[in-house]
Design a binder for this molecule. Structure first.
Ligand code: FRU
Length: 455
């Protein structure tokens, strides 16, 4: 059961479960003004166990109302990750009295992994399992999971992306119940099958240069923990209605350059493309010192494509950047609270260090090679996990040169920060044993401090 926390690490801006284990965000859907957040949840311990779907909803993605567990394991197995669809045209036929059904798609993880569905007519609070489950049988692959359903603008109807070991498989349906395979994307040479496992795919169009381009997200698990860390990758190309075809020049890149963003997905039903990730690294998530709960989500982020000196880049900015996060300026370099934001402007190499009198400090900024970096090697005196300790420095080349701005959001457990319009984004847990109380800078850097407004 839960180990006592060395201190209260509950963040203010980041979503956490009331108690016990949480991993991936699931079933992200905007319904009736409510952003639903279902999540992988084990309600009986603070480590991973038989998976349920926990549930909460929010009208602004910052204030969350916790709801009863939405899905518990059944005769087909545990309820692994998946997605949601608001079936406004009632093509599934589950609607009643003009009420659109909310459908969820998930992996039934039993002896084998198969895809299943369930529907709700009470605004996503309770679900009825589809009698025809599983809707997709296992094709002989051990890891076959995380169905993500999205509208298919080419064939009409809907498509589903399912991760299948070293690739993504695509399926098509007109009634949201019967699915036919249409294609596959992968494997790719950068991710040899012996080393990497694809999870939680997502595919969507984003506006770009007067048209649009499609973006594929996949979380990439690493089998050998010593071999590196998990990351999210993306690439861009187009969707022909059957599969994703990446542009020949499109590189696989990281969505988040930090260590603590995994298994993310985007919302159904929003005008903007809103992303939430699991704000932990699977390798050490179970060892984090949070006590009665374990795991948090990343901040909600809006994804866009952005033109830079290095070409088309995926960019992410936290939702409510000015209205919620950088809401109230504060003067001085003393850190009065454990939830604050910093706007850092600089030219050339420069950095900011947050520190305390316990000898704990974290440094982030731009280095001599024009790379964005973060060093958490002295961030905490708590012994968390060898993999936490060994993954201490992360960095990424800026996609442009010249003066820079770095926006950082610190929220008790750690930091999310981004540069150059969100084209480089880092999520990083830190867990200082004592709060950081002050900051110092190096290089030609100015810093302004803000506190968020969560009224
Ligand atoms: C990603 C993942 C998913 C799976 C879920 C199980 O973190 O491994 O592929 O559905 O977690 O909890």
């Amino acid at each position: 059961m839960s180990r006592p926390a060395p201190r209260n690490f509950r963040p203010s801006l980041h979503f956490t479960a009331p108690t016990m284990w949480l991993n991936d965000p699931n079933g992200l859907v905007l319904e009736n003004g409510r952003y639903h957040l279902y999540y992988q949840h084990y309600p009986h311990d603070t480590v991973w166990g038989p998976m349920h779907w926990g549930h909460a909803f929010s009208s602004d993605l910052y204030h969350w109302e916790h709801c009863p567990i939405a899905m518990a394991p059944d005769e087909l197995g545990m309820i692994f990750s998946g997605s949601a669809v608001l079936d406004t045209d009632n093509v599934s036929g589950f609607g009643k009295d003009g009420k659109a059904p909310l459908l969820i798609y998930y992996t039934s993880h039993g002896d084998q992994e198969r895809q299943s569905m369930a529907w709700s007519l009470d605004g996503g609070m309770t679900f009825t399992r589809y009698e025809g489950n599983p809707i997709l049988d296992n094709p002989g692959i051990r890891d076959y999971r995380d169905p993500k359903v999205f509208p298919n603008p080419v064939l009409g109807g809907f498509s589903m992306a399912v991760s299948a070991c070293d690739r993504v498989m695509f399926y098509h349906s007109r009634d949201l119940k019967h699915w036919e395979k249409t294609g596959e994307f992968g494997p790719v040479p950068e991710l040899p099958r012996e080393k990497y496992l694809w999870e939680c795919p997502d595919l969507f169009p984003l506006p770009y240069e007067g048209g649009e381009t499609w973006v594929l997200l996949a979380s990439i698990g690493v089998y050998d923990k010593k071999d590196g860390l998990n990351f999210m990758c993306w690439t861009h190309g187009h969707f022909d209605g059957k599969t994703f075809i990446r542009d020949p020049q499109a590189k696989m890149e990281r969505l988040d350059q930090g260590f603590d963003c995994y298994a993310g997905s985007t919302y159904w039903g929003t005008d903007r493309r809103i992303f939430l990730g699991w704000g932990n690294c699977p390798d050490y998530a179970g060892q984090t010192p949070t006590g009665e709960y374990c795991g948090q989500m990343t901040l909600p982020r809006e994804l866009t494509l952005c033109c830079t000196e290095s070409g088309c880049q995926l960019a992410a900015l936290p939702c409510g950047l000015d209205s919620v996060l950088f809401a109230k300026p504060v003067s001085g370099t003393h850190l009065e609270t454990e939830t604050f934001c910093l706007r850092v402007q600089g030219t050339g190499a420069g950095s900011v260090t947050l520190y305390n009198e316990n000898g704990e400090e974290v440094t982030f900024g731009i280095d001599e090679e024009n790379r964005v970096f973060l060093d958490r090697s002295r961030a905490t005196r708590l012994g968390i996990d060898p993999l936490f300790a060994s993954s201490s420095i992360c960095s990424a080349a800026r996609p442009c040169s010249g003066p820079w701005q770095l926006d950082a959001i610190f929220d008790v457990t750690g930091l999310e920060f981004f540069t150059d319009g969100g084209t480089r984004y880092f999520s990083q847990l830190l867990f200082p044993e004592h709060p950081y109380t002050a900051l110092r800078t190096s290089g030609a850097v100015s810093v302004q401090q803000f506190v968020p407004s969560l009224s």
